[in-house]
Design a protein around this ligand. Structure first.
Ligand SMILES: Cc1ncc(C[n+]2csc(CCOP(=O)(O)OP(=O)(O)O)c2C)c(N)n1
Ligand SMILES: [Mg+2]
Length: 810
């Protein structure tokens, strides 16, 4: 490395500061592990053995850039100035105070790093003025799909004229998305899918692979062909003729080479928007994988001895001691005169780590100790008066013996004591009750908020706007309603873009985007490869950078390829970052009954269950679907919108307020009023249900037909219980398997809305068969609920109620 633009003294200071940081970070790992083993944290995973490459990466990381990495990156986070030693300990203790533990306030395991993209009111910070990191997830390679979107956002901002005012998010698309991943995690499909996507898209992404030749106990020979990820990726290397990646390889203990490599990579990615892979080899683990085990168990003495020889901190120390250059006058310049200078730095760094540990523990303990003191004080007074003092004293003795400093033991103690005084008239009873209620609420809030958006941008707060129609409004192909509405959206929202398989050139497989690529350009309406996980990832990453992506999954049945990332990343993002990050992504897909095992599925509860934190919307027609898109673009909640696969060519009346009409979220719609039975359904099945309701009417049965519309959130106004209070009966008709969405809906209605008390008959569930729907033309009829099934089952129920009025049909 030639420090050509700084003085030797500045260079020396930088080197010695870097060394100090490496030692400090190492010491935090060592002490952090010890804290967990002493029982002061539940789990610990640290970044020891990988300090130097992270310091080098930090030198190339600029304001506006984004990191999408994993649990090893503590030194990097410290080096860019967004993580302190004290915060490393706070996260290890699981401190719930966001000031002490800004990563996740105790929601995530330690070293799951994060910065804040949003302020405490849910408003975007200026991301170009800060260094950004997505809140990490534990799932190996789970950081890769979104990395594609984070990098692609720069390309969009650089090339899309309409976004020049989006100055909080980008300065001419100069920002790089930096991925980090362990060598073993590159075995995951997500890694290869993301690499291929980035190569195709040519986006400013730099992936660092921290290679310590292990994935917990499993060595490289079981992980990677040829035991070298850069070797097997060579086909991705760009050439003069063809775009691809720049692939660089560097040893993780070679400080000057690391800096040179990172600055080179940065230049390529930032200026040319070309993706780069840096394979950082010869790394090691100093304290082993995590506190769950010790690496002495599975690494041979030879390997352990070898690891000592490649310890990057030791190597840097040696390099510093051996470094000499001559200045212009021929004088020899050194970083240090002798080893004692380094020993002083080491001593200082270790003392800093120790103090940080102490400060973090004290800050963590303070409120808990105060709560402990308070509850003990109250109970000591109660003991003086209670008839059950003997029992309470026993509880107090046990509580005094406990070393556990958390909220749980305080509350367990308080709640157990309260049982003994529940029917007594002791003077401090109310104090104990207040303590229990206040403390429970406090921690429920600390651990339970922000699953969904809690600001005015919450999806459920966006008011309904009905479609309006000209007097002579024509009936048109339903797909054109979507198309015309999307047209309006693209015209008025420069930040909206849509992408997916067959979305661009042909305007989606059902022509809901017909002509829009031509009108709005390839950047905004684009085709992607067949790679659902990274289509979702593109959406997540771009939404995290202020764009409003609509990621299309061609068929609902194929959402399973993306479901892991939607579940682990998208659905948890707002919660795990305590509302300091969001990805208001819209997933557009289409499903339910068509034909064949993979084009007729409706695994609604599978999806719904795995996507808590994402709105799951099931519009019954395209006007409703278009209305959902309009609502969602006003909101900051993420959503999956499932259009009806068999509804595009049906006729719907053409509204005249495209872009303005909004379908409410979390609200059911009563389609037919009735008195005998409440019939709930959603999506394409509603057509059959409405038909059956008409037929039942002819036989004297009055159905109240309700469209769920929004599976999650469901019926926040509790209209179902109101309907059942009137009809006293409930039928749910569902294309999901029995025990699927219908079981969820029953729980929502009977348990959460207390509708059980109005029921005069057993709830009727008409669901699909447990096998997937067969392809043959009759497959649907014999696999899914049919109009006749609905008629007969509801009629049968009414026969049980009044056999005279409704004589048996079968
Ligand atoms: C999808 C998934 N599978 C398994 C795990 C458990 N796990 C956590 S870390 C790890 C090894 C990762 O090794 P590597 O990618 O080389 O990173 P390193 O820890 O060595 O830095 C495994 C198997 C996980 N977190 N996620
Ligand atoms: Mg590894």
């Amino acid at each position: 490395m030639t420090p050509n633009n700084i003085s030797f003294d500045d260079f020396k200071n930088e080197v010695l500061n870097d060394y100090k940081l490496a030692v400090l970070s190492r010491e935090c790992s060592i002490l952090g592990r010890r804290e967990v083993l002493m029982g002061k944290g539940a789990f610990g995973i640290f970044g020891d053995g990988k300090e130097l490459p992270q310091i080098a990466m930090a030198k190339a990381f600029k304001n506006g850039d984004f990191r999408s990495g994993y649990y090893r990156d503590q030194t990097f986070m410290m080096a860019i100035g967004v993580l302190t030693a004290q915060q490393i300990f706070a996260s290890t203790y699981g401190d719930t105070n966001i000031e002490n533990n800004p990563e996740s306030a105790g929601r995530q395991m330690n070293n799951h790093f994060s910065t804040h993209s949003l302020d405490e009111h849910g408003q975007w910070n200026n991301l170009t003025e800060q260094k950004n990191s997505v809140s990490d997830i534990s799932c190996t390679a789970g950081q890769m799909p979104r990395l594609v979107g984070l990098a692609q956002a720069s390309k969009i901002y650089r090339n899309h004229e309409g976004l020049k005012d989006f100055t909080k998010f980008s300065i001419n698309g100069n920002e790089i998305a930096w991925g980090t991943i362990g060598n073993a995690s590159t075995s995951e499909g997500h890694f290869f899918e993301a690499v291929n996507a980035a190569g195709v898209l040519q986006i400013p992404m730099i992936i660092s692979i921290w290679d310590d030749e292990y994935g917990i106990s499993v060595p490289a020979k079981y992980q990677t062909t040829k035991e070298s990820i850069s070797e097997i990726l060579t086909g991705f290397q760009r050439t003069k003729e063809k775009d691809g990646f720049e692939i660089l390889k560097v040893k993780g203990y070679d400080y000057p080479a690391l800096i040179e490599t990172y600055l080179k990579a940065e230049k390529i990615a930032r200026e040319e928007h070309v993706p780069v892979i840096i394979h950082v080899t010869d790394l090691m683990q100093f304290t082993g994988h995590s506190t769950s085990g010790s690496h002495e168990r599975y690494k041979s003495p030879k390997r352990l001895a070898y690891e000592k020889t490649i310890d990057c901190n030791t190597r840097m120390r040696e390099w510093i001691l051996g470094f000499e250059v001559k200045d212009d006058s021929g004088q020899t310049l050194r970083f240090v005169d002798d080893e004692s200078e380094l020993e002083a730095i080491e001593k200082e760094a270790k003392a800093e780590a120790k103090q940080a540990k102490k400060d973090a523990w004290n800050a963590f303990k303070k409120p808990l100790a105060a709560e402990e003191k308070e509850v003990k004080g109250i109970v000591n007074k109660i003991i003086k008066e209670s008839k059950n003092a003997v029992f309470i004293k026993k509880l107090m003795a046990e509580f005094n013996d406990s070393m556990d400093v958390h909220a749980k033991p305080n509350l367990v103690f308080a709640r157990k004591v309260y049982r003994y005084i529940a029917d007594e008239d002791v003077s401090h009873k109310q104090d104990l009750k207040d303590f229990i209620v206040r403390t429970t609420n406090k921690y429920k809030t600390l651990y339970g908020t922000h699953l969904f958006n809690e600001t005015e941008k919450s999806a459920v707060k966006i008011a309904e706007v009905k479609p309006t129609y000209d007097d002579d409004a024509p009936e048109v192909d339903a797909r054109t309603i979507l198309r015309d509405n999307f047209d309006y959206i693209f015209k008025t929202h420069p930040e909206v873009l849509i992408f997916g398989e067959d979305v661009g050139f042909i305007g989606d497989v059902n022509q809901g985007l017909e002509g829009l690529q031509k009108k709005y350009g390839e950047l905004r309406v684009s085709d992607t490869g067949i790679r659902e996980a990274t289509i979702a990832g593109q959406g997540i990453g771009m939404a995290m950078r202020g764009l409003r992506p609509i990621a299309e999954i061609q068929y609902l049945d194929y959402i399973l390829y993306a479901l892991q990332i939607l579940s682990d990343d998208l659905a948890t993002l707002h919660y795990r970052s305590v509302g300091r990050q969001m990805a208001p992504l819209i997933i557009r897909t289409r499903g339910h009954r068509l034909e064949g095992i993979w084009h007729s599925g409706s695994p609604m509860n599978g999806i719904n269950n795995l996507l808590k934190g994402v709105c799951v919307l099931v519009p019954r027609n395209m006007m409703k679907a278009a209305g959902f898109y309009n609502t969602l673009l006003e909101s900051n909640d993420p959503a999956v919108v499932i259009e009806n696969l068999n509804g595009y060519r049906l006729k719907e009346k053409k509204p005249n307020n495209f872009g303005a009409f909004k379908t409410p979220i979390g609200v059911v719609e009563t389609l037919v009023e009735g008195t005998d039975i409440t019939v709930l359904s959603y999506g394409s099945t509603l057509k059959l249900v409405s038909e059956a309701a008409k037929e039942l009417k002819q036989f004297g049965i009055s159905c109240e037909v309700i469209d769920a519309q929004s599976i999650q959130p469901f019926d926040i106004q509790h209209d179902l219980v109101k309907s059942i209070a009137k009809t006293n009966r409930l039928a749910i008709i569902d294309e999901d398997y029995s025990g699927g969405a219908s079981a969820y809906l029953l729980d929502e209605i009977l348990v959460k809305q207390d509708a059980y008390r109005y029921l005069d008959s057993k709830p009727l569930i008409i669901a699909a068969n447990d096998h997937r729907a067969a392809y043959g033309t009759d497959g649907d009829y014999f696999s899914n609920p049919s109009t006749e099934d609905v008629f007969e089952k509801i009629y049968g129920l009414m026969h049980e109620v009044d056999p005279v009025k409704y004589p048996k049909v079968f």
